[in-house]
Design a protein around this ligand. Structure first.
Ligand code: PMP
Length: 443
């Protein structure tokens, strides 16, 4: 109305109003629930109400402790207790809270270099570079890797940070159907035959970008097939391991570890330190020349803050625990608990008759709700049973593929998962979410 009256478009005139129609109030209170304390095995919500049925909430002053199935706390490091917390606390006293400078100025400390060595060693690449956020990593690295005259081929379900960053590099971008290696090969074949009868390849470089473990689907990339195609079509392979690093593979070293493939087969391994390591930040691991170029050209290196000292120390402690260097056996135990918990909950949900997406060994477990109206209903019913879950819908998924997404942690125990299954059983009946007759056998 304002636009008509005053001849200009007010800020909210073109906001997407899907969530501001009938679902408005009920769906908004499923998201961005404020918490207090550590987002570990349990998470404590600050209770809130809305007087006007709008986006504004008021805290009531009370709290609710819930079983946490929503945080990416795969290995239980969010708790940051024991040796991790002690070391981070000491780092604050010795180094302060902030580097107060971009990497290229005075923001590279001995801790930064130590963590970069540890990460490179962990993922099996010659060198690595850390960034203050996983999002910033993907948002800023592509212009150094590829540029004008290059072709970037991206899985259609790649994370928004990859979409965001890859648009800045000036390459031609093509997308292939999620995890569909035939579709990828079709695009590669088309791309390479383009420009015929020229005898040389029409692209300076071709880079294929995938995720190790997809956060909305729980699917794992088909690394063996990607490596085979790479030999045939000679492209560079970039894998975002935000959800797979620390979470999959017998030693927690991501998809290469999982498939038994040498990391030298992959050109660039990217990951976040937010999830399995209970810290903050992102990394890029590759050959020394690539990391060297990144350190001289990358915008975040030149203009943005680096991970802070306590965060760097948390990353180092978590890595040493996973490797078994700090507390013998504890890393292995965390990894084993994570895999047991993931399989146990997934199989239990399937037996109840839920449609569950993703790989059997994925700690991300998407449970299909389909109808978007069931998102708030599911979230509220689980909250009544003192369980926090994430519900996901449009625009993160197609409108009729709404889902709940459970994140498994090594911090959960079998009682937690049985409680979760009992709650899902009740809520599944209530909301008619059991679409299959259940499976008796393997997950
Ligand atoms: N890549 C993927 C695949 C992600 O899922 C995420 C965050 N969930 C990121 C990058 C960004 O990482 P961060 O949250 O550490 O900024």
């Amino acid at each position: 109305h304002l636009a008509e009256r005053d001849g200009y478009a007010p800020l909210n005139s073109d906001f997407d109003n899907f969530y501001t129609r009938r679902l408005k109030m009920r769906i908004n209170d499923c998201f961005a629930r404020p918490i207090t304390g550590v987002p570990g095995r349990y998470i404590t919500l600050l209770d809130r109400t809305s007087d006007d049925g709008n986006y504004t909430f008021k805290l009531t002053g009370t709290t609710t402790e819930t079983l946490n199935m929503s945080s990416y706390n795969y290995l239980g490091f969010a708790q940051s207790d024991g040796p991790c917390a002690d070391a981070s606390e000491q780092a604050i006293r010795k180094y302060g809270i902030s580097m107060a400078s971009p990497r290229a100025d005075a923001g590279t400390s001995e801790l930064t270099l130590e963590v970069e060595d540890l990460i490179a060693q962990f993922v099996g690449k010659p060198a690595s570079m850390v960034f203050s956020m996983g999002f910033v990593t993907n948002a800023t690295v592509f212009p150094t890797l590829v540029g004008k005259g290059c072709l970037l081929i991206s899985d259609e379900l790649n994370h928004s940070s990859i979409r965001f960053g890859s648009r800045l590099c000036g390459s031609m971008i093509r997308m292939f159907k999620h995890n569909d290696m035939r579709d990828l090969e079709r695009i590669l074949r088309e791309a390479i035959s383009q420009g015929q009868p020229r005898t040389h390849r029409p692209w300076k470089k071709i880079m294929v970008v995938v995720e190790g473990l997809y956060s909305m689907e729980g699917t794992m990339c088909n690394l063996p097939a990607l490596v085979e195609l790479k030999k045939k079509y000679k492209y560079n392979l970039f894998i975002d391991e935000a959800h797979s690093i620390g979470a999959v593979g017998p030693r927690g070293r991501g998809v290469c570890d999982f498939f038994g493939i040498d990391p030298s087969e992959v050109d660039v391994l990217m990951g976040t330190l937010t999830k399995s390591f209970g810290a903050n930040g992102g990394y890029l691991a590759a050959d020394k020349e690539v990391i060297q170029a990144m350190k001289t050209q990358n915008a975040a290196m030149l203009f943005a803050e680096t991970p802070t000292p306590p965060v760097l120390v948390q990353i180092a402690s978590a890595l040493r625990i996973i490797n078994g260097d700090l507390v013998p056996g504890q890393g292995e135990e965390r990894l084993q608990r994570l895999i047991f918990n993931s399989r146990y909950l997934r199989l239990g949900l399937k037996r109840l008759g839920f449609i569950v997406y993703g790989h059997d060994d994925s700690p991300i477990i998407p449970v299909m709700l389909y109808n978007p109206a069931k998102m708030p209903a599911f979230s509220h019913e689980m909250l009544k049973r003192k369980i926090s879950v994430v519900v996901v819908g449009y625009p993160a998924t197609p409108l009729v593929s709404s889902r709940a997404r459970f994140c498994i942690s090594a911090a959960h125990n079998k009682d937690d998962l049985d409680r979760m299954l009992a709650a899902c059983d009740e809520v599944g009946d209530l909301l008619q979410l059991k679409f299959s007759s259940g499976v008796a056998g393997g997950a």
